[in-house]
Design a protein around this ligand. Structure first.
Ligand code: CP
Length: 341
C-alpha cells in the first residue's frame, strides 16, 4: 500500500482492510504498553482542516507524533474564504494543483477534511476537491471526512465491532437516521453501509422518506452484500430496523434533495424544516430493548437529547462510543505507517 491515497474504503479489498485492522490492533496493544512505534521518523503529515474537529484532528496529530513524525496543522482561516468563486479553488490565493505540488516537496502525506459550508453544500464537491488534491500530489492524500465518505471512521468502527464480536459475518448491523437540528453530511452513513457490507454483515439502512443515500453508494452496498455473503435492506421505520439487531448506529444526516446537484439551489432552511418532523427518531433505552442486546455505536459527537438520550450515552452497558473514538488513533496510525513509506 506504499504511496496509495486513502479516500474511500471501497478502493481497498477486504484483504487490505483486514491487514490495516491487524496492524491497528498491534499498534493498539503497543500503545497501551507504551512501546515505541517510530516507523515514520522524520516524516511530515500536512493536515488541512476546512471544518472543525475534536477526534480527527487530535488522533491524527497524536498518531503521527507517536509514529516518530510531525503533524503540521493548516488553519482553515489561512486556507478558505467563503467569498471564493464557484470554481474548485479552496485555497485563498493558490490553485489546488499548486498547493498539492508545493506540499509534496516538503512532506510525506496530505490529509484533508472538507464538507458542508467550505464545499458550498454542493454534495460531492468536497470529495472532488480531495480527488483534485490527490491528482496533483506526489505523496498520499488521506480523506479526513468529505461530503461523501468518512473512511477512517468506518475503519475505526469496524475495528470496534470486531473487538466486540470477532465474527461479524451474518450479524445484523443497523445504520439508522436519528434526528438532529443541525445540518450533517452523508459521509458517515455512506461509509458505514459500505464497510459493513464489505464484512458480510446483514445490513439494514433505516431512514424516513427523503433521507435516501446516494444511488451509487446504495448500488455499491448491494454489490458488496452479494460479493461478501451478507445482505442489504432499506426500511423506513426505526423500531422495525432495531428488532433483533446486533449493532445499531443511529446517526443524523441531512436530506439531500435540498442541496445541489439534487436541487437547483442550496436550501438549508428547507432542509432544517424538513428534519424537524422526525424528532421521534431518537435512540432511547426502550428502543434498545427490542434489539438482540445490540451494541450502540456512533462516530461522535452525538447530539444528546436529539440523536440519543443521555441515559444511553452515559450508562448503556453495550456502548462502543468511546472505543470507536479511541480506534481512530490506531487505524490512522496503521494506514499512515502503510502508505507513508
Ligand atoms: N467522528 C469525527 O470525525 O469526529 P470529529 O468531528 O470530532 O473529528
Amino acid at each position: 500500500m506504499a504511496g496509495k491515497d486513502f479516500l474511500n474504503t471501497q478502493d481497498f479489498t477486504q484483504e487490505e482492510i483486514k491487514a490495516i485492522l491487524d496492524a491497528a490492533a498491534d499498534l493498539k496493544q503497543r500503545f497501551r504498553k507504551r512501546e515505541p512505534t517510530t516507523y515514520l521518523s522524520g516524516r511530515t503529515l500536512f493536515m488541512i482542516f476546512y471544518n472543525r474537529s475534536l477526534r480527527t484532528r487530535n488522533s491524527f496529530e497524536a498518531g503521527i507524533y507517536q509514529l516518530g513524525g510531525h503533524g503540521h496543522f493548516l488553519s482553515p482561516n489561512d486556507l478558505y474564504t467563503p467569498t471564493l468563486p464557484e470554481d474548485m479553488v479552496p485555497y485563498a490565493t493558490e490553485a489546488i494543483s499548486d498547493v498539492a505540488r508545493v506540499l509534496s516537496r516538503y512532506g510525506d502525506a496530505i490529509a484533508i477534511r472538507i464538507y458542508g459550508d467550505p464545499a458550498k453544500w454542493v454534495i460531492g464537491r468536497g470529495h472532488r476537491i480531495i480527488e483534485e488534491f490527490a491528482r496533483w500530489a506526489d505523496i498520499p492524500v488521506l480523506n479526513m471526512e468529505d461530503d461523501l465518505y468518512h473512511p477512517f471512521q468506518a475503519l475505526a468502527d469496524i475495528m470496534a465491532a470486531r473487538e466486540a464480536e470477532p465474527n461479524l459475518q451474518g450479524k445484523k448491523f443497523v445504520v439508522s437516521y436519528a434526528y438532529s437540528g443541525g445540518l450533517k453530511p452523508l459521509a458517515v452513513p455512506q461509509s458505514e453501509v459500505l464497510i459493513t457490507t464489505q464484512f458480510g454483515m446483514d445490513v439494514v439502512l433505516a431512514h424516513p422518506k427523503g433521507f435516501e443515500l446516494e444511488d451509487s453508494v446504495i448500488q455499491a452496498a448491494r454489490e458488496n452484500a452479494d460479493r461478501y455473503g451478507g445482505s442489504f435492506e432499506i426500511v423506513n421505520d426505526m423500531k422495525e430496523a432495531f428488532e433483533g439487531a446486533d449493532f445499531v448506529y443511529p446517526k443524523a444526516w441531512s436530506p439531500k434533495s435540498f442541496f445541489p446537484p439534487h436541487n437547483s439551489q442550496v436550501d438549508k432552511e428547507g432542509a432544517k424544516r424538513y428534519q424537524e418532523q422526525f424528532k421521534d427518531w431518537i435512540c432511547t433505552r426502550e428502543l434498545l430493548d427490542v434489539t438482540n442486546r445490540a451494541y450502540y455505536m456512533h462516530c461522535g459527537p452525538a447530539d444528546r437529547g436529539q440523536e440519543v438520550t443521555d441515559e444511553v450515552l452515559d450508562s448503556y452497558e453495550r456502548s462502543l462510543y468511546f472505543e470507536e473514538a479511541e480506534n481512530r488513533l490506531h487505524v490512522q496510525k496503521a494506514v499512515m505507517a502503510m502508505v507513508m513509506r
